[in-house]
Structures are given as C-alpha cells and as structure tokens.
Design a protein around this ligand. Structure first.
Ligand code: C2E
Ligand code: MG
Ligand code: MG
Ligand code: MG
Length: 289
C-alpha cells in the first residue's frame, strides 16, 4: 500500500512541480524587465503614535503590476529578487523613490513625517550600501533621522562582520534601525546588544490573535517590556481592530500600524487620507470603544 501511495504521489507531484518551476521562471523573466518597463511602484502605510493617534510616518512597500501576471505580491517576488540579485537595483530604486516622496511631503509642510524602507540581507552585504543611503539623503535633503531602515532578525543572524559594520555605519549616519517581524526569527537576543537598534516591530502573527490567544498576548507584553527595558521603541503591525489598538495602547506600545488605520496606498491616496483625518479630529484623537 505504501509503495503504491508513493508511486501515486510521485505521479501526482511531478507535473505539479514542473508547473511551479515554470511559473517561477516566468516570474523571474518578467522581473528582469520590470524596472525598465516602469512596472514597480511604492505604496505607503501610515504608522500612528499609539497615545495621540497622530501619524508619525509611513512604511514604503513595493508593488509590482505586470500586464501578464497582474499584481504580484511582494511575498512572491521579493524572494526571487533576492535569489537573483535583482533586489540590489530594486532596493536602490525603493530608497530613491521613498526619499524623493518624503522630500516632497516635507516641502508641503508635512515635515513631521518619517519613512521606513525594508532592507534585505542581500543589500546589507553590499559594500556600497552606506554611501548609497548617505548620497540619497543628501540628494533629497532629508534629515537622517526621518529615514528608518527595517531589517528582519534573519538578516542579523547572518551575522557577518560586514553586516555588523554596515549597520553601525548606517546608525552613525543618523538613520533609525528597526527589527521587523520581531519574534518570528531565530530569536537570539544577543544582537540587541551588539547592534544599535532603535525599534522593535512586533510581528503581526502575534497581534492578529492577541484578543483571543493568551499566549500571543503574553508574548506581546514580554516584547514591549524587553524593548522598553533596553530603551527601544516598540511598534505593533497588523492592527486590524479597534480593540486591539486600544489594548496595545494600554500595554504602552509606542506606535501602531495596520488595516484598522489604513491599508498601504499610493502617495496621492495617502495625502487625501491625511486630509480627511485632519477634518475628523474625533477619529484621530481617541478610541471610541
Ligand atoms: P513587512 O515589512 O512586514 O510589511 C508589512 C506587511 O503587512 C505588508 O505586506 C502590509 O501590507 C501588511 N499589513 C499591514 N497591516 C496589515 C494588517 O492590518 N493586516 C494584514 N493582514 N496585513 C497587514 P506587503 O506589502 O504584502 O509586504 C510583504 C512583505 O514583503 C513585507 O513585510 C516585506 O518583508 C516585503 N517587502 C515589501 N516591500 C519591500 C521592499 O521594498 N523591499 C524589501 N526588501 N522587502 C519588501
Ligand atoms: Mg517592514
Ligand atoms: Mg513586518
Ligand atoms: Mg514580513
């Protein structure tokens, strides 16, 4: 029986796997052209101060629209971009676009806004990274502290001396460093000591179920306590419900990000959203639970 099952599985999986490999190849081929064809854009998702509910900044998130493949989610194309090295020019583009957009917003009087970009391990292994960031800040006249760089724990676990040097150099420029998806990686805490981190972003998997799952709530409490003990700001992402936002505020979480406030959106849509929010002070100031 087992033998037959094994044979059936092989027969069933072979064409499936071939199909997956072909899809992956097609994606890679389209991805190689995407930059030149102008298929990338950035969306921006607001982050708010948990107490005042004022918007403090946005996270820049890459979007890819391809005529054949449609809207491809980052979870599908970022890994391919990393494997192929395409993430280098893509990451440089993201940095330029995000800083250019922030400079425009600052010029429009929204000078309290910051922007965060996600940095992949491949980019951190690039010796030109620090100069690239410095030049970008200078070219757009952005104060370094208005730029935040989000890295995941796995980036820190790679732990090459180059990565360590580059993070220290980025920190010396004055940019903010945050650990994304905190709590889901290898969770060695040694890097919190070694790297000059400013913020922890609690992974949304804990936030999503925190009202129903006491373990998730306990983990969130522990991350906030750990962060604050070390003098770090703590951000929660994936906030979808008002009660979750209110509870995180009660737990002294510093910043909140999630669909409850806004989805990631194009720059113009963000400007409109910000305008509307200003005209509705009650929505901005309190949690009407
Ligand atoms: P991330 O950096 O952790 O970004 C947060 C993700 O959670 C975004 O997904 C965002 O749309 C989503 N999100 C935010 N609030 C909520 C919520 O309330 N509920 C739910 N269900 N989701 C929420 P997105 O845009 O699909 O990006 C996925 C991941 O792709 C990002 O996770 C990041 O790791 C990566 N990524 C996106 N843009 C870039 C980029 O420019 N460079 C690099 N290296 N990675 C990127
Ligand atoms: Mg992020
Ligand atoms: Mg995250
Ligand atoms: Mg993520």
């Amino acid at each position: 029986v087992a033998k037959n099952a094994g044979r059936d599985m092989a027969r069933f999986y072979a064409p499936e796997m071939e199909q997956i490999a072909q899809q992956r190849l097609a994606l890679e081929q389209h991805l190689r052209q995407a930059m030149a064809l102008g298929e990338f854009s950035l969306h921006f998702q607001p982050k708010v101060n948990a107490v005042s509910l004022e918007v403090v900044g946005v996270e820049a998130l890459m979007r890819w629209d391809n005529p054949e493949l449609g809207a491809v989610p980052p979870a599908r194309f970022i890994p391919v971009a990393e494997e192929t090295g395409l993430i280098r020019p893509m990451g440089a583009w993201v940095l330029q676009q995000a800083c250019g957009q922030l400079a425009q917003w600052h010029a429009q009087g929204l000078d309290y806004l910051g922007v965060s970009v996600n940095l992949s391990a491949v980019q951190l292994a690039d010796t030109g990274l620090v100069a690239q960031v410095r030049d970008c800040l200078q070219a757009h006249g952005i104060p370094p502290e208005a730029l935040e760089i989000e890295i995941t724990e796995s980036v820190l676990m790679d732990n090459t001396s180059l990565a360590e040097e580059q993070l220290a150099a980025l920190k010396a420029l004055g940019v903010q460093l945050s650990i994304d998806d905190f709590g889901t990686g290898y969770s060695s805490l040694a890097y919190l000591k070694r790297f000059a981190i400013d913020k922890l972003k609690i992974d949304q998997s804990f936030v999503r179920d925190m009202l129903a799952d006491p373990t998730d709530l306990a983990i969130i409490r522990a991350i906030i306590a750990l962060g604050h003990t070390l003098g770090l700001q703590v951000v929660a992402e994936g906030v979808e419900l008002e009660q979750v936002a209110a509870q995180l505020k009660g737990l002294a979480c510093d910043e909140l990000q999630g669909y409850y406030f806004a989805r990631p959106m194009a720059a113009v849509a963000f400007e409109h959203w910000l305008q509307e929010r200003k005209q509705q002070p009650e929505r901005r100031r309190s949690y009407p639970v």
